[in-house]
Design a protein around this ligand. Structure first.
Ligand code: SF4
Length: 150
């Protein structure tokens, strides 16, 4: 059985690898980035909208920002990290946040990159033997917060 300090060290090491992974992802995506309207529309969820799923490590990266994870009462379906029309945790935003654009130009290329890096995140989770799941945003943040505390 893994001790709590060892489990925390494993998560921290895995997050270090995630930062490097996100840097490679951003470099690979650079050619396919599209203009952003910066109105936060893709960061509001709820009925009839796409769902943002997160792996454990993506959620842990978001939590590492130290920002509050509760959505604003004025906008309960919005991502808690939405700050005005912009992402408040840009460095820690998830894979789907990086690969999704309202504009569908290059969508196919971005989907392929998304799938490739999702597999890589799974590999990092396995390498460091950290928890793994794939859950909708709010549920993923809650569960990751619980796992990172225990
Ligand atoms: S993490 Fe940032 S980009 Fe992703 S849904 Fe939340 S506010 Fe939007």
């Amino acid at each position: 059985m893994t001790s709590v300090p060892n489990a925390i060290a494993a998560i921290e090491s895995a997050l270090g690898e995630m930062r490097a992974l996100y840097a490679r992802l951003d470099a690979e995506l650079a050619h396919y980035v599209r203009p952003c309207r910066a109105d936060g529309e893709c960061c509001r969820f709820g009925p009839g909208k796409p769902v943002l799923y997160l792996t454990f490590l993506e959620a842990a990266m978001m939590l590492a920002s130290g920002r509050d994870t509760e959505p604003s009462p004025d906008s309960p379906n919005a991502c808690p990290y939405l700050d005005g029309g912009r992402c408040g945790i840009r460095e820690g935003r998830a894979l789907g946040c990086r690969t999704f654009f309202c504009d569908s130009v290059f969508e196919e290329q971005r989907c392929l990159i998304h799938e490739k890096f999702l597999r890589e995140i799974r590999t990092v989770e396995a390498k460091f033997q950290v928890p793994h799941f794939y859950r909708p945003l709010a549920e993923a943040l809650r569960e990751a917060a619980r796992l990172c505390r225990s």
